[in-house]
Design a protein. Structure first.
Length: 145
């Protein structure tokens, strides 16, 4: 018996043991490789806020509500509610501006945008491609009636 025959015999004897070891340890090795791979890859990007479609729909709804309020109710009855709707429009417009990278001023508090800033921001959002109503406003001069 030569060395080649001894090698074949050793391979025949060791093959079932090696196959059993692969069946038992392969899932552990694969899990280790997958875990290492996931640690090396950067995490997926996380959105900053709601989807732009939702922001646009909210802005359109709020602008429509604002227009209806300006046209319908008596001044004394709508003053506080109108201010609240304008503050919500400003907050959503700022979120949309962040999402679309439109330059804007960050107000100190929600609803603190002036009339001209809010109109400019809404016009900039429209120019950037956000679909908003053609006529926006009139907004109150200082955010309150």
């Amino acid at each position: 018996m030569n060395a080649f025959d001894v090698g074949k015999l050793g391979l025949i004897v060791a093959t079932p043991t090696l196959l059993g070891a692969v069946v038992i340890y392969a899932p552990k090795w694969w899990g280790l490789v997958a875990e290492t791979w996931s640690r090396l890859r950067p995490p997926p990007p996380v959105p900053l806020g709601p989807p732009i479609e939702q922001l646009a729909a909210d802005l359109r709804r709020l602008l429509r509500l604002h227009g209806e309020m300006v046209a319908s109710a008596h001044l004394a009855m709508r003053a506080h509610r109108l201010w609240a709707v304008e503050a919500a429009i400003g907050a959503r417009a700022i979120e949309a501006a962040r999402a679309l990278d439109v330059p804007h001023r960050e107000p100190e508090s929600p609803g603190a945008l002036t009339r001209s800033e809010l109109l400019d921001l809404l016009n900039a959002l429209s120019a950037c491609g956000l679909v908003l109503p053609a006529k926006v406003g009139p907004f109150t001069s200082d955010g309150r009636l």
